[in-house]
Write a protein that binds this ligand. Structure first.
Ligand code: NBP
Length: 472
């Protein structure tokens, strides 16, 4: 008998996905470039219906047709090499599924190349880390719809399940759509993380609260509008002590953030598409400036902080304002992220369903949060919504909370505590709701030094002012 699906790549993600699929009653062939890894996986999991294969030929031959093969290997070159090694053994109609964190343009290319050989290619975002892969990730598949339909029953069983019983998987769109949405998810994740970090910074450095007090505050916040996985784990993180020193673990962790580039890709795509994505982009830059630890330490010795009196106001009141500022800023970030999805969808012809996308983010993935239901509701009210801020719920709540953001940003700026994403959130709000912006000055400057021309508010047409003329 042949197995129903195959998984290539037995590092942590592939192994856990294979175990997840097996636990739903499917038989799974497994394969890894380095055979000893496959042996280890089999030895670690006695009694599981994981069938090890030690050559590509034997692996492919062990699968039911049309074959369903999930790749969970390193993104980039390793994925191309793996595809090339499988290709000679595949038949028309077989389905390759790439579950790696692949750059969406690579997926567009591979989908097209493989389609020429009659092979279907489903580029699939998988979010939720190791734990998600094992117990239920959020899954974002893109590619040929007819091919996805043959994979859908498996994905629906292995995905996370939302509160209302729906599986956190939905067909995203053709070719690179799934990987694009996964990339945007990761960008949003960068923004969420930075916003929480800035909130913590204000609580500790401006209000002078302890790590333990912050843990309690985040725990409280996690009960309401801010209910989310990242809020929950941050509150937990703040309760943990370093076994070496007994100090809070956050106090011994180096303040230099790493990244694997998906946030950068999101910002790069926004720049290419001409979509404003300031909050996520600031959060990428915040990681970069954090990584300049030595340079910052040196600078701190020659550039003093502003002198500020210890905070003496009502701390409880400010804590609530920070909560409101955090929710407001999170809304700005998602408004920008979903606006980017809309433009990308038009550019690439993906016909993305924004409400469905928000739905599958509700469980399984890193940005999972109660608040995502609000986004789904907004798109249910109006499918072609241009920007979430125009929806009645988001319009009302941001109006209600905007004063808190202004207060919190002012407080932080006065205290010399950097709040790049909070400040960016309120600037985006003020820009978006401004009928008039000072871009008239930019256009005049461009026309002055480069004769780039301008349009007028009161007349149709293109104009050039005679800046150097004798009469002007
Ligand atoms: P890694 O990204 O560390 O990749 C290791 C796997 O790639 C191993 O199976 C390795 O085989 C294989 N591989 C490499 Br490296 N080069 C190869 C080549 N030239 N030919 C064939 N196989 C090759 O594993 P991971 O952390 O499990 O992630 C798998 C994918 O899932 C990645 O694309 C990752 O970005 C994505 N992802 C990861 C997470 C996460 O939380 N870790 C979350 C979501 C998505 P070997 O054993 O022979 O070296």
């Amino acid at each position: 008998t042949k197995q129903q699906i195959g998984v290539v790549g037995m590092a942590v993600m592939g192994k856990n996905l294979a175990l997840n699929i097996e636990s739903r009653g499917y038989t799974v062939s497994i394969f890894n470039r380095t055979a000893s890894r496959t042996e280890e996986v089999v030895a670690e999991n006695p009694g599981k219906k994981l069938v090890p294969m030690y050559s590509v030929e034997e692996f492919v031959a062990s699968l039911e047709k049309p074959r369903r093969i999930m790749l969970m290997v390193q993104a980039g070159d390793a994925t191309d090499k793996t595809i090339q090694s499988l290709l000679p053994h595949l038949d028309k109609g077989d389905i390759l599924i790439d579950g790696g964190n692949t750059f969406y343009k690579d997926t567009i290319r591979r989908n097209e190349e493989l389609a020429n050989s009659g092979i279907n290619f489903i580029g699939t975002g998988v979010s939720g880390g190791e734990e998600g892969a094992l117990k239920g990730p959020s899954i974002m598949p893109g590619g040929q719809k007819e091919a996805y339909d043959l994979v859908a029953p498996i994905f629906e069983k292995i995905a996370a399940v939302a509160e209302d019983g729906e599986s956190c998987v939905t067909y995203i769109g053709p070719n690179g759509a799934g990987h694009y949405v996964k990339m945007a998810h990761n960008g949003i994740e960068y923004g969420d993380m930075q916003l929480i970090a800035e909130s913590y910074d204000i609580l500790t450095r401006v209000l002078g609260l302890s790590v333990e007090e912050c843990a309690t505050i985040f725990n409280d916040w996690n009960e309401g509008e801010l209910d989310s996985y990242l809020m929950e784990i941050t509150s937990d993180i703040l309760t943990r002590k370093d076994p070496e020193t007994g100090q809070p673990i956050v106090d011994v962790i180096m303040d230099a953030a790493g990244n694997k580039g998906t946030g950068k890709w999101t910002s790069q795509s926004a720049l290419d598409l001409g979509v404003p994505l300031p909050l996520i982009t600031e959060s990428v830059f915040a990681r970069y400036i954090s990584a300049m630890k030595e340079e910052r330490v040196a600078a701190s010795k020659v550039i003093p902080a502003p002198t500020v009196a210890t905070f003496s106001g009502d701390k409880k009141e400010i804590v609530e304002k920070i909560r409101q500022a955090l929710y407001f800023s999170k809304i700005m970030s998602y408004a920008q992220g979903f606006a980017q999805l809309r433009i990308a969808s038009e550019e690439y012809g993906w016909d993305l369903q924004y409400g469905e996308i928000a739905k599958i983010f509700r469980e399984g993935c890193i940005i999972r949060a109660k608040f995502l239901q609000k986004i789904t509701d907004a798109y249910d009210r109006q499918a072609d919504l241009k920007n979430l801020l125009l929806d009645e719920y988001f319009n009302e709540i941001t109006q209600k909370y905007q004063q808190s953001v202004r207060d919190v940003v002012s407080l932080a700026v006065q205290a010399g505590v950097p709040v790049p994403t909070f400040a960016s959130a309120i600037s985006y709000y003020d820009s978006y709701r401004s009928a008039d912006l000072p871009a008239n000055i930019i256009q005049a400057q461009r026309d002055y030094f480069g004769a780039h021309t301008y349009k007028r508010k009161d007349m149709e047409g293109t104009f050039h002012f005679d800046w150097y003329g004798a009469n002007n």
